[in-house]
Design a protein around this ligand. Structure first.
Ligand SMILES: [Zn+2]
Ligand SMILES: [Zn+2]
Length: 332
């Protein structure tokens, strides 16, 4: 079906907005893709999200990458640390690998000029939140040692499953407070808030959730948003991501998140299935309409441009079901 959508005006962006981009085919391809679909922010993995191996970029490739992202208009570039990381692990080997994994991710940030590195909080594996917190906080300090002062390590909220660390906003806030490091902040993921029981379907619900984030953590610590819809139930403690507007949060709720004054200007990253450049251009324009507060316009635009129907591929596993994770690895 061919629908004329090019006449729908897309509002100017109110914040840096973009998506997770796979770097499997190479950094220059990733940069080209981000530019083609209109990203003004983006997220990449520092390497294989399911492996420990890390190779520093040769200086000339780091410079080319840094310039490439900047010239594509992506600011900020953000990095998502690998899923294997568990900074609260009682296993000394995994703990050491995890600490080094975060340090490697931060180093990739330095190489590429990416100021934000997001990490999952992992699981205490039954040793209890206090023991987990002590290890997690020591690891974050070790990983940040000697890093430049424009670089931030962001702890991501999760759906609150099992033994996961930071399983409530209060627990996440306590970690940030106890870490007491000027370069530790948080990344808030809307699908994870939903899975943890924060109803984001209405402006009132969103306002309550933002008030809770402010009370428990402090909005000044929120440096990146992951803007995802969820096909799972409210408070299900399950983590799946789907296209904006087409999950249980919906257009009105996501527009309320993106226009909430407490979250103004914070870069927003989509971690939804990557349908390729033509589709992702439309997904990002839908997000731009939401970010301008036009929920109805976003719905009309997306439904006309990408009619839903027999396509079953609309969800990806989210990224932290359990603290042990295999996640948005479904993304390229
Ligand atoms: Zn996320
Ligand atoms: Zn994540």
């Amino acid at each position: 079906m061919q629908v004329e959508t090019s006449t729908i005006p897309i509002p100017p962006l109110t914040r840096p907005l973009g998506r997770h981009i796979g770097t499997g085919p190479g950094m220059s391809q990733a940069i080209a893709q981000a530019k083609e679909i209109g990203c003004t922010a983006a997220q990449i993995f520092p390497g294989n999200p399911k492996g420990w191996r890390h190779t520093p970029l040769p200086p000339e490739r780091a410079t080319a990458g840094r310039l490439g992202w900047a010239e594509a208009g992506v600011a900020p570039l953000t990095i998502h640390a690998p899923y294997l990381i568990n900074l609260a692990s009682p296993d000394d080997n995994l703990y050491a690998n995890s600490t080094q994994g975060v340090r490697n991710s931060l180093s990739r940030g330095v190489e590429l000029g990416a100021p934000f590195v997001t990490v999952h909080l992992g699981s205490h594996k039954g040793t209890g939140p206090e023991a987990g917190a002590a290890r997690l906080i020591a690891a974050t300090h070790a990983a940040l040692e000697g890093m430049p002062d424009w670089l931030y390590l962001l702890l991501e909220n999760n759906v609150g499953a099992g033994n996961s660390m930071g399983n409530t906003l209060d627990a996440l806030g306590n970690l940030v407070r106890d870490a007491a490091h000027p370069h530790i902040g948080v990344c808030i993921d809307t699908a994870h808030l939903w899975g943890a029981g924060y109803d984001l379907t209405t402006a009132e619900g969103v306002d309550r959730a933002v008030s809770e984030i402010d009370r428990a953590i402090g909005l000044q610590h929120v440096r990146v948003l992951h803007i995802n819809d969820s096909p799972m139930g409210l408070d299900s403690h399950r983590d799946q991501h789907t296209y904006l507007g087409q999950g249980n949060i919906g257009y009105e709720g996501l527009a309320a998140v993106l226009t909430h004054p407490g979250l103004a200007g914070i870069p927003a990253i989509l971690e939804t299935p990557d349908g390729g450049p033509e589709e992702e251009l439309i997904r990002l324009r839908t997000a731009a309409l939401l970010s301008a507060g036009d929920a109805e316009g976003a719905r009309a635009y997306q439904e006309a441009a990408l009619p839903t129907g027999s396509d079953e591929s609309g969800t990806v596993p989210g990224d932290d079901t359990d603290g042990s994770d295999s996640g948005t690895a479904a993304l390229p």
